[in-house]
Ligand binder design. Structure first.
Ligand code: CP
Ligand code: NVA
Length: 308
């Protein structure tokens, strides 16, 4: 079963195949109006369930549009719509959904919901973000980097800010795609050391540097994300902001990276918090391409899952 649960759990050759396929899928569409069907209809006759236990703009819309362009149909379900939120087990939900749909994408809180869904579903399951990881995002990000700068292997990628779920999937990708990854942020918000160790054991060069200016020296790509994620307590907001303020991506920090360093953010962004508008809207920012590429990357992921 081709579940897409995490980048470190997916074979590097398969990952490379998905990135290359995503690029070809994007080129073939050639900017056609959004409701125009793709020339190939690999999901014709397929029904896809999109389950959201947290809010979403990009993931929700890109999966929905992507399935329709490939000829399939979608059913978007919020956690509260399902009996899942009212006492039915994840295993039973997975068994039942598998009788109705051909593919399940789920955005949830605890990773165990995702893994249990995958264990008991008889159709592929895709991770649409958990508290710990966000693999679909990083597939779009690798695609975006390579469109602008060529192969990501051997490049220096720097994450400035909270060592959160998106950062975790970047760590996983470092080992699979062969780039160097530096984390800069406060020690209290380091990425999970289990993930750092995992990447290092697979041969990736992972650096932790507290000084953001030193961290970005020689960077080909600088990335950040919100200082308060959906799973973080709102009560921690002020404390997190105080810790993370030195790691804001602004003109001075970008000036310490390579002159042609790209800037990425998975979005939604909080302007003038983790990043200034000057950087977000500046010449090195590729955030809108990055957002668009969620669509193309996920089409490749869904095709891989279904062998279609
Ligand atoms: N980047 C991302 O996953 O955005 P949404 O939360 O809007 O889906
Ligand atoms: N780290 C963010 C990513 C949103 C796409 C969150 O989990 O809220």
């Amino acid at each position: 079963m081709n579940h897409f649960l995490d980048i470190h759990k997916t074979d590097p050759t398969a990952l490379r195949g998905m990135i290359d396929a995503a690029r070809a899928i994007k080129t073939a569409r050639n900017g056609a109006p959004k409701a125009t069907p793709d020339a190939e209809q690999p999901l014709a006759g397929h029904m896809v369930a999109l389950i959201f236990e947290k809010p979403s703009t990009r993931t929700r819309v890109s999966f929905d549009v992507g399935v329709r362009q490939m000829g399939g149909e979608t059913m978007v379900l919020s956690g509260g719509d399902l009996q899942l939120g009212h006492g039915e087990t994840i295993a039973d939900t997975a068994r039942v959904l598998s009788r109705f749909v051909d593919l399940i994408m789920i955005r949830t809180f605890d990773e165990s919901v995702l893994t249990e869904m995958a264990e008991f579903a008889s159709v592929p399951v895709i991770n649409g973000l958990t508290d710990r990881t966000h693999p679909c995002q990083i597939m779009a990000d690798v695609l975006t980097f390579e469109e602008h700068r060529g192969p990501i292997a051997g490049k220096k990628v720097v994450w400035s800010g909270d060592g959160n779920n998106v950062c975790a999937s970047w760590l996983h990708a470092a080992a699979q795609f062969g780039f160097d990854f530096t984390f800069t942020g406060p020690v209290q918000l380091d990425p999970e050391m289990e993930f750092v160790g995992l990447a290092r054991n697979k041969g990736a060069t992972i650096t932790i540097e507290r000084d953001p200016v030193k961290a970005v020296a020689g960077a080909d790509l600088v990335i950040t994300d919100t200082w308060v994620s959906m799973h973080d307590a709102q009560s921690a907001r002020e404390r997190r902001h105080n810790m993370l303020r030195p790691y804001q991506v602004n003109r001075d920090l970008m000036a310490a990276a390579k002159p042609d360093a790209l800037f990425m953010h998975c979005l939604p962004a909080h302007r003038e918090e983790e990043v200034t508008s000057e950087v977000m809207d500046g010449p090195n920012s590729v955030i809108w391409d990055e957002a668009e590429n969620r669509l193309h990357a996920q089409k490749a992921i869904m095709r891989w899952c279904l062998g279609a």
